[in-house]
Structure formats: structure tokens, C-alpha cells
Design a protein around this ligand. Structure first.
Ligand code: SF4
Length: 422
């Protein structure tokens, strides 16, 4: 059976490198415009060119999103952007607008075209239609059940990609006017203000200033606030269906999220491949059972990174009445604090230079997060020195420090530091 691709978000060059280092087979990213994530750092042209080269040198793939619904006024710039793709040669471009598709085919006839989830692909006839239009890969709507995905694969044999992890919309993936209506910021131009996460009350027009609570089952007022998707436990079924690529959402999120989510799914996929090879592909029940037995530490990893309450979304079919909204609040949960990134290691001086992202104190037990979950270990840096060599009582985010290590065994540039628990 063909190996599933693990596709991770890259909202910046730093996140792209982290996603690849922590196990992604491919990353998706976008330029400063046209990529439906106006809030993330995104890439200048030079950064995009560099990133494609960087990934290709490591045998990884890069897909560039050009998935806005373009207006006439956008077309000239879109054309320039598409022509730029000819220079940097990513492995595919992700589009949703038929006009953009037409332009890609005109200027880049050999480019692999992926159809964005923004297109809301929900049936096999739609997939066949876009196949006729020259699309190679289909990023299915998050609203589909496993049975529907299976049917689409069977009827089309198409290259399918599905989201397995990350934030979800309460509307059909992004086709939502809430943000446009309430904040004059268009979701379909990548500029969503996320009003689905706001706390709503009811106001009667002749009683301004009087806010009446909206309560559903007394659980609160965040009536549109979707939980985050987590399909880790369904990977055996997803693999057995023949899905070609599993995708992690989150270009707006930080490097720790990109690294943590990618590393968890990498671990799960590798173990799943091992089990399938050992017990044989024709034993799906045994594969699923054995896989379920190894999940606990990997799910724990996903609880460490920032997330809303998790849901398995529409994948199992939604007839059990389980709510997919967080009615109680709009806050994130995370079971760890991100503290820093190892930049370099000096084994003679027994120190490591760290790009600090969180506060810790000398002597505190913190965890080193290596490329693989089983490689994690704890350290207690006895001293913290700033660049001038002055001893620090604690670390300050967005500074560089040297920490002492006794000895710095196994530490590598790119490893992350974190505190488990809060
Ligand atoms: S407002 Fe919420 S549901 Fe609508 S596009 Fe934005 S994130 Fe999605």
C-alpha cells in the first residue's frame, strides 16, 4: 500500500524548517497575498524560493496556496504570482477559483494542481468534473464522513487529501460571511476575524446596553465556536480507504504547534506502517487494534500543544449527538509551555545557545523535545547567561541566552525546550 503523505503547515520559514525537521513529508505555504491566511507571516518571494530549494534538497515537497476567490482587480497580480511559480517550481499549487485554475493552466501547463478545501468538494461527480479540468489532487471538504470519502476514492481513484488536525469552521470550510458581515474582513480573502469564536449575547433593539444571555443547555454563549479536529485515532481507517495525504491545519499557529503536531502524526504514521507490514494488509482489524494500543502517549503529545477541545468532526458520521461546538468558552487549552529553541551547542564549554520564547529559572527541570517523542529527556540548566555573559535570574521571551548543561548529550540545533504541565 502506498505510504500516506504527512502534510504540515508552514506559516513562515522558521515554521517550514521545524515542520520538516519534525517529520513532515511536505509543507504548504503561501506568498504575502492570495493564500487565505492574511494573518500569518507568510513568505516573501525570496523566502518562497529559498524554502522550495531547502525542502527539495531534503527530498520534501512544497505546495503553494493561491486559493483566494479572486476579483477582477486581483488578476494582474495573480498572473505575476503564477509566473513566479514557474521560476521556483513548487511541487503543486493549491487553487479554488476556476479563473485561477485557467490561468495556472495557461502559464504553467505542467504544474500539478490541487483543489483547495475552499471549493467544498462533497461528492464524486464534483471530483470527476474537476478531474476533467486537469486537477490532480483533491482536498476534500472537512464535512465528509469516512463512508463518503471511501465512496469518492472508489468512484474516482483520485489523489485525495483530507484534514486530520486543527481548527475547523462552523460554516462549510471557510465559505462563511460572518467575518465580512461583522468585521468587514472577508474569510474568502484570507482575512477572517474569527467572529465564530466571539461571545454572543442578545440585545432587544429598544433596550440598548441590556445584554441578555444566550444559553444552550446552560453551557454558555459561544454558539458558533467549533472544537478542533483530531483524527489521530482514525489513521488506520484513513490509510485503508486509500487517502493519499493527511493535512495538519495551522499556518497562523506558532513553531511549537507546527513541530508538536507534525511530530505526533509522524510517530503515529510510522508505527502504523510498521504494524501493517508485520501483521499484513489483509488484517485491518488487527492493525486497528494494535494501533489503538500505542496511541496514548501520542495523544498526550497533542494535548501539550495549544488547542481547543478536540472533536473527531464529521469523519465517523454525526448521528451520536456529540456537540462539535465549545459552548462554554473560546479559550485554548495547552498542557505545556514552550520555552525556547536550541540554536547551537558548545560541547567544550558545555553550553547551549537558546532563542528564548518563555520564562524559566536556573535549576528548573525542563524538557528537551527531540525529533522523535521517544528521544525527549529532561534537563536542569544550572546557569543562564545573557550574550554579555551576565548571570540571569530567569529567561525573558525574545532574547538569546546561553544555558549550562551537564553534559549536553544528544542536544541538537532545532530541538525545542518546554515545561510539561502548567
Ligand atoms: S468566522 Fe469562523 S467559521 Fe467563518 S470563516 Fe472565519 S473561522 Fe471559519
Amino acid at each position: 500500500m502506498k505510504k500516506m503523505e504527512l502534510l504540515a503547515p508552514a506559516g513562515s520559514v522558521e515554521k517550514m524548517k521545524a515542520a520538516i525537521a519534525f517529520g513532515a513529508d511536505a509543507v504548504y505555504l503561501s506568498g504575502k497575498r492570495f493564500g487565505l491566511r492574511a494573518q500569518s507571516d507568510n513568505f516573501h518571494e525570496e523566502e518562497m524560493e529559498y524554502s522550495v530549494r531547502f525542502a527539495h534538497d531534503l527530498g520534501k515537497r512544497v505546495y503553494v496556496t493561491i486559493n483566494i476567490y479572486a476579483r477582477n482587480a486581483d488578476l494582474e497580480e495573480v498572473e505575476k504570482h503564477i509566473r513566479f511559480m514557474k521560476i521556483i517550481q513548487p511541487d503543486g499549487v493549491i487553487i479554488s477559483d476556476p479563473g485561477v485554475l485557467r490561468m495556472v493552466k495557461r502559464y504553467l501547463p505542467d504544474m500539478e494542481i490541487h483543489l483547495s478545501t475552499q471549493t467544498n468538494l462533497t461528492n464524486y461527480e464534483a471530483v470527476k468534473f474537476w478531474q476533467d479540468m486537469g486537477v490532480k489532487r483533491f482536498i476534500l471538504a472537512r464535512e465528509l464522513s469516512s463512508w463518503e470519502i471511501r465512496q469518492i476514492k472508489r468512484e474516482t481513484g483520485a489523489d485525495l487529501e483530507i484534514f486530520v488536525h486543527g481548527a475547523m469552521c462552523m460554516a462549510y470550510s471557510g465559505r462563511c460571511l460572518l467575518s465580512d458581515f461583522l468585521a468587514s474582513r472577508g474569510a474568502n480573502n484570507g482575512n477572517c476575524a474569527q467572529p465564530c469564536r466571539w461571545n454572543y449575547s442578545l440585545v432587544e433593539e429598544r433596550r440598548p446596553g441590556e445584554y441578555f444571555p444566550i444559553e444552550e443547555d446552560e453551557r454558555g454563549t459561544y454558539i458558533f465556536n467549533s472544537k478542533d479536529l483530531n483524527l489521530l485515532s482514525f489513521l488506520p481507517e484513513i490509510r485503508e480507504i486509500g487517502v493519499d495525504s493527511i493535512k495538519i491545519e495551522g499556518r497562523n499557529k506558532g513553531i511549537y504547534y507546527a513541530a508538536g503536531a507534525t511530530r505526533a502524526y509522524r510517530a503515529a504514521l510510522d508505527i502504523l506502517e510498521d504494524i501493517s507490514r508485520r501483521v499484513g494488509e489483509d488484517n485491518p482489524e488487527i492493525i486497528t487494534k494494535e494501533y489503538a494500543g500505542i496511541l496514548e502517549p501520542i495523544q498526550r503529545e497533542l494535548s501539550y500543544i495549544s488547542h481547543r477541545h478536540y472533536t473527531d468532526g464529521f469523519f465517523p458520521g454525526r448521528d451520536d449527538g456529540t456537540p462539535m461546538q465549545n459552548y462554554g468558552d473560546n479559550s485554548y487549552i495547552r498542557g505545556s509551555d514552550f520555552l525556547g529553541i536550541i540554536l547551537s551547542v558548545d560541547p567544550i564549554a558545555r553550553t547551549a545557545k537558546v532563542d528564548i520564547r518563555g520564562k524559566f529559572v536556573p535549576g528548573e527541570e525542563i524538557q528537551v523535545m527531540g525529533w522523535k517523542i521517544q528521544d525527549d529527556y529532561f534537563i536542569r540548566p544550572e546557569t543562564i547567561l545573557d550574550d554579555a555573559g551576565t548571570t540571569q535570574e530567569f529567561t525573558r521571551p525574545n532574547t538569546m541566552v546561553n544555558i549550562s548543561l551537564e553534559p549536553p548529550i544528544g542536544l541538537e540545533p532545532g530541538f525545542l525546550l518546554r515545561r510539561i504541565g502548567q
